[in-house]
Design a protein around this ligand. Structure first.
Ligand SMILES: Nc1ncnc2c1ncn2[C@@H]1O[C@H](COP(=O)(O)OP(=O)(O)OP(=O)(O)O)[C@@H](O)[C@H]1O
Ligand SMILES: [Mg+2]
Length: 234
């Protein structure tokens, strides 16, 4: 991507977040963190444990609010929206992929993905059609009826990726999406995300400790002590 055709899809402006521990004791997890993610890119956030990466992802994903600062998604300020609007944004505009997959154990792969589409407003039938399409995209077209316990870790993460993609969100956020996978499976998942990024131009922002995941991305954003290091908006 060249400099001129980059459109910002997600932006954090000067975020602060403190977690209260005791009466006069708190952790200042974000201390004025800013970053800008461009439409269609695949970016990584890397940094030491405790540097605020998950806190940043929760706030970017509208799962938590900053104490100060702003979050903008697709041209709209989202950190100050009310609960109902936030729920709608979380289900339609943001896809999540977590380290522990977070699938519903009693539901098939198909139903895990279809449920996310139904939450976003699709009919049951539309939701199942969309779910089949996304599960085929991640190579699980033959595993639709398997429950999570009947799938490998890599396959479970592919179901989670299909679920994250099913509503065609503005951005997919992943917090250590390969953290629970062996290195060969991790490589497969990252290649798959790269392919989806190239095919659909889905924007991905991935927190990772794995340098190979970082180097598969277009750009690595460094976090340290609650702030984003130099190069974040280069
Ligand atoms: N719910 C919480 N209550 C209190 N402190 C918290 C909470 N969540 C995070 N923290 C603290 O905030 C700081 C940033 O935590 P965060 O989870 O964002 O780091 P991280 O960069 O994701 O680390 P890791 O790489 O280990 O996942 C840490 O000092 C952590 O102990
Ligand atoms: Mg973390």
């Amino acid at each position: 991507m060249t400099g001129e055709d980059r459109k910002t899809i997600l932006e954090a402006r000067n975020l602060h977040k403190r977690y209260q521990l005791g009466k006069n004791n708190y952790v200042h997890a974000l201390r004025g963190a800013s970053l800008e993610i461009f439409d269609g890119e695949m970016a990584a956030i890397m940094g030491p444990s405790g540097s605020g990466k998950s806190t940043m992802m929760h706030i970017l994903g509208c799962l938590d609010r900053p104490d100060e600062g702003e979050v903008w998604l697709a041209g709209r300020r989202v950190d100050n929206l009310g609960g109902r609007e936030l729920t709608a944004i979380r289900s339609r505009e943001i896809g999540f992929v977590f380290q522990g997959f977070n699938l519903i154990p009693t539901l098939s792969a198909l139903d895990n993905v279809a449920l996310a589409a139904e939450y976003a407003g699709a009919s049951r039938r539309q939701a199942r059609d969309l779910a089949k399409q996304e599960l085929s995209r991640v190579g699980l077209g033959e595993r639709l009826d398997h429950r999570p316990s009947e799938l490998s870790g890599g396959e479970q993460q592919r179901v989670a990726i299909a679920r994250a993609l099913v509503n065609d969100p503005a951005v997919v956020l992943g917090d250590e999406p390969t953290g629970d996978l062996d290195s060969a499976t991790s490589d497969e998942i990252v290649s798959m995300l790269r392919r989806i990024n190239e095919e659909k131009r889905t924007t991905f922002l991935l927190v990772t400790h794995n340098p190979e995941v970082g180097s598969a991305c277009d750009r690595v954003i460094d976090m340290r002590d609650g702030i984003v290091g130099a190069g974040a908006t280069s």
